[in-house]
Design a protein around this ligand. Structure first.
Ligand SMILES: C[S@@+](CC[C@H](N)C(=O)[O-])C[C@H]1O[C@@H](n2cnc3c(N)ncnc32)[C@H](O)[C@@H]1O
Length: 277
């Protein structure tokens, strides 16, 4: 039973960090002539209305993308991402927020390809319709962890694997590690990007340790922006663990994390971390 719907969270602080990093990685991939694939193992619906009841149940985007809409002092890395979100909307309006599939579609080139997995039947139908007749995208209704294996290594021998599970079920943590380990066995050169939430129960700590053990080329970027709620729960922040990161990524993100953290902070002790090896 899948309860998670990304429509409730679209454009929140975690989406801002994750999509900003994703766009940076794809911009780097575009610097080389050779085509590549992007495999999005947990794609969601592809596009979200910020006017919908879902988005406005908790209006998480107000503490996310909305903090950047009118900012006049955006550093260039953040501006590239905000400009991309604006391109999905009529000029000067902020009605829609792109999910990772749309961020990817707008970032890759005509010879690159994207492969998307989504398990939720409703979100899959929306995603499939969104990419109807697309020549560059294939959309699969199925388990992204299992589906990834069959696509590696990709024919292009260049690929970004974007893994963004909901962690609604605890086994997602183990499945991420197993799936990345298997991915690396099949395709060691891939750029693997794993998103994770920072929750009070601290499950991300062992996830990072286990992912760290899989490679000696890694970058971990995380940002904590809020305190636990009254019951001691809530998503305090999020992070991205990247294996085989573009060599420019750490520097690019280092230059903007202080800005991003300050903009998205919901309490005075908001912070970020950036660790590479
Ligand atoms: C965090 S959302 C994805 C958001 C999307 N990547 C984005 O950045 O816009 C996670 C999605 O994974 C889907 N999902 C959950 N388990 C899955 C699985 N094993 N395989 C594929 N999709 C799954 C959920 O239905 C949900 O739409």
């Amino acid at each position: 039973m899948l309860a998670y719907r990304h429509a409730f969270h679209a454009g929140n602080h975690a989406d801002v960090l994750k999509h900003c990093v994703l766009q940076q990685v794809l911009a780097y991939m575009n610097q080389k002539d050779k085509p590549y694939w992007v495999i999005d193992t947990h794609a969601g619906a592809g596009m979200y209305s910020l006017k919908s009841e879902y988005a406005n149940t908790k209006a998480e985007y107000l503490d996310g993308i909305a903090k950047l809409w009118d900012a006049q002092d955006l550093p260039s890395v953040i501006k590239e991402y905000v400009d991309l979100v604006q391109l999905c909307n009529a000029k000067g309006h902020w009605d829609l927020y792109p999910g990772s599939p749309e961020i990817i579609r707008r970032s890759i080139r005509p010879d690159d390809r994207m492969r998307l997995f989504e398990l939720h039947p409703t979100d899959f139908d929306i995603l499939e319709e969104h990419f109807d007749k697309s020549k560059i995208a294939k959309v699969f209704k199925g388990d992204g962890f299992d589906g990834l294996k069959a696509l590696l290594p990709p024919p292009t021998r260049r690929a970004v694997i974007f893994m963004d599970p909901p962690y609604e079920i605890k086994s997602d943590y183990q499945r991420v590690v197993a799936s990345v380990a298997e991915g690396l066995r099949r395709f060691a050169e891939g750029v693997y990007i794993v998103w994770y939430p920072i929750l009070t129960r601290g499950d991300h700590i062992s996830l990072i340790e286990e992912l760290n053990a899989l490679s000696d080329k890694t970058l971990n970027i995380s940002m904590t922006v809020q305190e636990p709620d009254e019951q001691g729960f809530g998503m305090l922040g999020s992070g991205l663990f990247i294996i085989n990161p573009p060599w420019t990524l750490a520097e690019n993100m280092k230059s903007v994390m202080p800005y991003l953290t300050e903009k998205l902070a919901q309490y005075p002790r908001a912070s970020y971390e950036l660790d590479s090896k």
